[in-house]
Design a protein around this ligand. Structure first.
Ligand code: BES
Ligand code: MN
Ligand code: ZN
Length: 502
């Protein structure tokens, strides 16, 4: 996909296959719609009187409008003007991008980002345009036989129409949005791939491939022997239940350019992603219904890879390190059993009361490993608990942190990219639920506040640095008819890292 800006004043003279203009409910035209209406002697307003109510998520195609050079004008419904905001802008761009893909349009021009909304900047709006357009062109066909799958989207070029003086700001936003979209699409593909293909080894190879593509990325993939040498007894106890070998992936981004003096160098930010490529629950096996969806239990890992891809594409001015503990969680003669006590890399012992609470068992060792980087912040991303889906549904990612400043930066990044998170409590009082008679802690805290006690468990391994945890169990994929990975929370993470790089 190629993004560019158009700054020609005469909108009606733009030659394109599809030109999007925004319309609000009650016949209110956006400035660009108004311009075209005048160029076409009121042809546009006539249509609004009868045929188009401009509700959100609707559009109307107008062909051969007199006095207008574009082949088609796409009227994009934006809903009520007084409720227009960043989310409504994104919905409008998505409606347009989806139309372009369906209609096999090869290139198009959108004027939607030129519409002011709330206190959003043009940069944020063009970022959203590129993000959404890139997202609309994602198509899974990796495992569909050639005859069956749909032809690849024809859409190759989107141009954003804006005021001449704003071109630079708009281009910065487009570049960011494109990098985010590319990152999200990698994250989505890894999530959607079946678990017999997307194994820990496959994730490791993906990291190595990224390191080949971007000189600023270095990948290291540790196998069983090396993980044993690190004494990651908790991670290994989960991995042991499967024939599929585990992988501990370290993907490191180092900015290029003049090497800053060691003392000026900012400490790195570490991202830790849960990489369970299939979670059957282990001996505490899950029910059969929807168990296929547990291929998505590596979406935290996938979001770390997608985010690092975006960071490399953007040539971010800050060091970022991705850590991925990856394995399968299966029942077998070598699997964890309820009652087993394992020793984590930190030396703390854990009584495994439910083998299905495996995410925290692999993450805790990665969080201990993170200490060696003396990080400015560590953020883990995990499809950790069904309880988080109960609490927040599929709208907000659950955010847990003991550090208010870090929490606020992440919430802000989520708001700016419409990839929102909601902060959950993490009071000391919940820690009590993890008490064990036979180890330093149990790996479950009972039914009450399941997503919080999971975060409490992780917090015990994060005392050496500022830390936040994102529970993406409800937001990483959609179930049902259009089952598929969402690419979240790549926008939130990239936006946060951008905010920390300047
Ligand atoms: N990967 C699951 C969490 C999950 C479940 C995410 C459903 C999305 C949808 C995790 O490993 C798990 O099984 N968690 C258990 C924890 C429990 C045993 C304390 C859960 O949520 O039921
Ligand atoms: Mn589980
Ligand atoms: Zn899991």
């Amino acid at each position: 996909m190629e993004f560019s800006t158009q700054t020609t004043a005469s909108l009606h003279q733009i030659k394109t296959a599809a030109l999007a203009v925004g319309v609000f409910a009650d016949g209110i035209l956006s400035p660009s719609a108004d311009t075209l209406d005048r160029a076409s002697n009121g042809a546009l307003r006539d249509v609004l009187k009868t045929e188009f109510k401009a509700k959100a998520n609707t559009h109307l195609v107008l062909r051969n409008l007199p006095g207008v050079s574009a082949t088609r004008i796409i009227l994009v419904g934006l809903g009520k003007q007084d409720r227009y905001n960043a989310a409504a802008h994104i919905a409008g761009e998505l409606t347009f991008a989806n139309y372009c893909v369906k209609a096999s349009v090869p290139e198009a021009v959108s004027t939607l980002a030129s519409i002011e909304c709330g206190n959003s900047t043009l940069r944020a709006r063009t970022r959203a345009t590129a993000m959404v357009t890139g997202r609309a062109t994602y198509q899974y066909n990796a495992t569909l036989s050639k005859v069956d799958h749909e032809p690849a989207p024809k859409l190759k070029k989107i141009s954003v129409w804006i005021n001449r003086t704003q071109a630079t700001e708009a281009q910065i936003g487009l570049r960011e949005g494109q990098a985010i979209a590319n990152g999200m699409n990698l994250t989505r593909l890894l999530g959607d791939l079946p678990p017999n293909i997307c194994t820990p080894t496959y994730l490791g190879n993906t990291a190595k491939k990224l390191a080949k593509e971007f000189k600023t990325l270095k990948a290291e993939v540790l196998g069983t022997k090396e993980i044993e040498a690190l004494k990651m007894g908790s991670f290994l106890s989960v991995a042991r239940g499967s024939y599929e070998p585990p992988a501990f992936i370290v993907l490191r981004y180092t900015p290029t350019g003049a090497k800053p003096a060691a003392k000026n160098r900012k400490a790195p930010i570490v991202l830790v992603g849960k990489g369970i490529t299939f979670d059957a629950g282990g001996i505490s096996i899950k029910p059969a219904a929807h168990m296929d969806e547990m291929k998505y239990d590596m979406c935290g890992a996938a979001s770390v890879l997608g985010t690092l891809r975006a960071v490399a594409e953007l040539e971010l001015g800050r060091e970022v390190i991705g850590l991925i503990p990856s394995c399968e969680n299966l029942p077998s003669g070598r699997a964890n059993k309820p009652g087993d006590v394992v020793t984590s890399m930190s030396g703390k012992t854990i009584e495994i009361l439910n083998t299905d609470a495996e995410g925290r068992l692999v993450l805790c060792d990665a969080l201990t490993y993170a200490e060696r980087f003396k990080p400015a912040a560590v953020i883990d991303i995990a499809t950790l608990t069904g309880a988080c889906v109960v609490a927040l549904g599929h709208i907000n990612t659950g955010l847990f942190s003991t550090n208010d400043a870090l929490a606020e930066s992440l919430l802000q990044a989520g708001r700016e990219t419409q990839d929102t998170a909601w902060r959950m409590p993490l009071d000391e009082a919940y820690q009590e639920q993890l008490r064990s008679n036979f180890a330093d802690m149990a790996n479950i805290g009972g039914p009450p506040a399941g997503s919080i006690t999971a975060a409490c468990f992780l917090s015990r391994f994060t005392r050496a640095y500022p830390w936040a945890h994102l529970d993406i169990a409800g937001t990483a994929w959609r179930s049902g008819n259009d089952k598929g990975a969402s690419g979240r929370p790549v926008p939130l993470l990239v936006q946060y890292l951008l905010s920390q790089a300047s």
